[in-house]
Design a protein around this ligand. Structure first.
Ligand SMILES: [Zn+2]
Length: 84
């Protein structure tokens, strides 16, 4: 019962890991950065698609956010099963 999932499966626009979703920097660059966990995404919406690095359309709500990549679709914080 104490088993914890450190890396839950995330949709491609936030979980692909190719680009930093907050900075748009390529993940293999020196300052590329880290794939955010669902918990981090619960606190701050992503700004860039993790799959292609495009700037996403982001809408923040009182209850969460959604972010949309024109190629890879929309992610909603509700879908991420964020554990607080
Ligand atoms: Zn994309």
């Amino acid at each position: 019962m104490s088993e914890m999932a450190e890396t839950p499966a995330l949709p491609a626009p936030v979980g692909a890991g190719r680009y930093n979703v907050y900075t748009g920097v390529q993940a293999d660059a020196a300052d590329g950065g880290v794939v955010p966990t669902a918990a981090q995404l619960g606190l701050e919406p992503p700004r860039f698609c993790a799959e292609c690095g495009r700037r996403m359309i982001v809408q923040v709500r009182p209850t969460g956010w959604w972010a949309k990549c024109s190629r890879h679709g929309q992610v909603d914080s509700i879908d991420l099963d964020v554990r607080r």
